[in-house]
Write a protein that binds this ligand. Structure first.
Ligand code: HEC
Ligand code: HEC
Ligand code: HEC
Ligand code: HEC
Ligand code: HEC
Ligand code: HEC
Ligand code: HEC
Length: 362
């Protein structure tokens, strides 16, 4: 008998066999609790706080259980993520650790769903949590300079100066200046801090226009990439420093820290990883060149280069957004290569010749 058949028979036996006959416990979520990281019950939380959501559930027969849920606030949502288990009948629990978004506010709904596939049974449970931001006034970046002078000086060199101040990322500082300590100020390293200014629309669709990605969408571009699973903006960036005048401090992790063995051939050992993988496919103000040789004025945050794609594959037919396939968004070689191989920075090549050589770069 094929292994697959045996497996399916076993599944049927467990799902419908012994359990169905002796119903031990009802199929339900018996308890949904919200606690802080130490396990103390919570009805209120602060932005950026770590919160633990624990669902106790039971089932009356052995089988596969699928749990899922989300926390929904007035203008934000955190998906808890699927959990799949094989369980004998009995009482179990599952825990999700989440971080309340930096800009969260107000009452949010915590909802968990328990689902038994095949049998199509589903139950759900709801709880509520109120997010209360630091109740303190904004004091302005100049006040911070008194105690954080070097950081203040570095920030003055960045494009964040003067309008994106310390408190744009750290929240209001009123409590902190009257009682300076790590407990009175937010340090949030997640990309949600950057999202309000470095994204458009819902932060997913990458808006495009005129053959380029529109500006200020680093979040949208990043969100669909493989890096997004483990590298937040602040994983690569130290946003206190300027990319122009202090690049060594501004980029915490060079690409080669993780991609240790990526060699560059074709005489391009000196070409920076970012020249190809973060090619200027974004236009903030200006672009140069014509046809497939055009380049924008801002680095993209897509990284993946799809060598087999034609230039027109990168954008939707009406040109209004960048296409994302199963592997997320991608750059085409006209951006990755022709931004240099246009006879100005490097030897002139047409699209066909870079497509032929592109798989030989590494
Ligand atoms: C009166 C001095 C003083 C002022 C003014 C001040 N801070 Fe601080 N700050 C401190 C001290 C002390 C610490 C704690 C340092 C430590 O424990 O390592 C701190 C720590 C921090 C931290 C790090 C917290 C952590 O978890 O590591 C941040 C972020 C911060 N301050 C931001 C600010 C911002 C933003 C302002 C302006 C709104 C500001 N500070 C104004 C004294 C000050
Ligand atoms: C309140 C709005 C705002 C927030 C929040 C914000 N930024 Fe920015 N950021 C800007 C603006 C505006 C610019 C300048 C225009 C541009 O470069 O497109 C900028 C520029 C930058 C630059 C180029 C800076 C330079 O001097 O070279 C980097 C890097 C950057 N942001 C990273 C981040 C990261 C990382 C975060 C989150 C931790 C963040 N930003 C949060 C508004 C913001
Ligand atoms: C664009 C967002 C942004 C701005 C603007 C910003 N910070 Fe930060 N800050 C961060 C992030 C993100 C971290 C956490 C960095 C990490 O852990 O790698 C941080 C960490 C810190 C820390 C503690 C850790 C350290 O590196 O010493 C201090 C202190 C601090 N910031 C102070 C300030 C002050 C003062 C200003 C204004 C002059 C400021 N920040 C402006 C995003 C920002
Ligand atoms: C894998 C590392 C990495 C991650 C993750 C990352 N960046 Fe960057 N970012 C860079 C590098 C490297 C540059 C400089 C590119 C260059 O030199 O061409 C840059 C440049 C920028 C710039 C300036 C672009 C320009 O050309 O003016 C902004 C703004 C920015 N990043 C914001 C963000 C934001 C917001 C996020 C999170 C959504 C993010 N970055 C995530 C590596 C990263
Ligand atoms: C903290 C470690 C780390 C850093 C820093 C980092 N990467 Fe990655 N990167 C990874 C890992 C791990 C993967 C593979 C993810 C996977 O396969 O799921 C990856 C994937 C990629 C991919 C394949 C993307 C895809 O979607 O197919 C490219 C290209 C890439 N990185 C380029 C870069 C460049 C360029 C830089 C510097 C700006 C950089 N990486 C910085 C860890 C890192
Ligand atoms: C001259 C342009 C160029 C430079 C410079 C370059 N790459 Fe690439 N890279 C490519 C191209 C093109 C591909 C796709 C190759 C393919 O599909 O066969 C690629 C693929 C990759 C991949 C993904 C491979 C995969 O498994 O999908 C990673 C990771 C990567 N490069 C990292 C880097 C790092 C790190 C650097 C700097 C040390 C770098 N690259 C420099 C053009 C470049
Ligand atoms: C940052 C600019 C830059 C980018 C981006 C770039 N190249 Fe190059 N490339 C050069 C330079 C400079 C040389 C060496 C001098 C020359 O041949 O003009 C070179 C050399 C080459 C050569 C060898 C030329 C010869 O005859 O010896 C090939 C092939 C090549 N590049 C293909 C590519 C491909 C494919 C890509 C995109 C995946 C790419 N390049 C992206 C700058 C770049």
């Amino acid at each position: 008998m094929p292994v697959r058949t045996v497996f399916l028979l076993l599944v049927c036996f467990f799902m419908l066999g012994p359990g169905a006959a002796t119903a031990l416990e009802p199929f339900e979520i018996t308890d949904l609790s919200i606690t802080d990281a130490q396990g103390l019950p919570l009805t209120e939380a602060q932005p950026s706080q770590e919160v633990r959501i624990k669902a106790a559930y039971s089932l009356d027969r052995p089988g596969f259980v699928l749990l899922n849920g989300e926390v929904t606030g007035p203008n934000w949502i955190v998906k808890l993520g699927y959990r799949v288990f094989f369980r004998l009948s009995g009482l179990y629990s599952v825990v999700w650790n989440i971080k309340i978004p930096f800009n969260a506010n107000g009452v949010c709904q915590v909802q968990v769903v328990e689902y038994i596939p095949l049998v199509n049974e589903r139950v759900q449970q709801t709880a509520y949590l109120t997010v209360v931001p630091f109740d303190a006034a904004y004091v302005g970046s100049d006040v911070c300079s008194g105690c954080h002078a070097p950081m203040y000086a570095a920030w003055q060199q960045t494009l964040h100066y003067p309008y994106t101040g310390c408190e744009s990322c750290h929240g209001p500082g009123g409590d902190h200046i009257s009682a300076p300590s790590p407990a009175t100020i937010i340090v949030d390293t997640s990309s949600s801090v950057c999202k309000p200014c470095h994204s458009r629309n819902d932060g997913r669709v990458i808006e495009a226009e005129d053959g380029f990605i529109k500006s200020q969408q680093q979040y949208n571009e990043w969100a669909g990439t493989k890096h997004a699973k483990f590298l937040q903006c602040a994983g690569c960036h130290n946003p206190h420093y300027s990319l122009q005048s202090a690049p060594i401090n501004a980029i915490k992790l060079a690409c080669s820290t993780c991609h240790l063995f990526k060699k560059r051939y074709l005489g391009m050992q000196f070409v920076a990883c970012t020249s190809c993988h973060m090619a200027p496919a974004v236009k903030s103000i200006d672009s140069t060149g014509i046809g497939p040789y055009r380049k924008g004025d801002t680095s993209s945050h897509i990284w993946r280069i799809k060598t087999e794609a034609e230039p027109y594959h990168m954008f939707a037919l009406d040109g209004s957004f960048a296409v994302q396939d199963g592997g997320g968004p991608f750059l085409t070689l006209n951006f990755a290569c022709l931004s240099c191989h246009n006879g100005l920075q490097a030897r002139f090549y047409d699209f066909i010749s870079v497509q032929k050589t592109s798989t030989l770069v590494h």
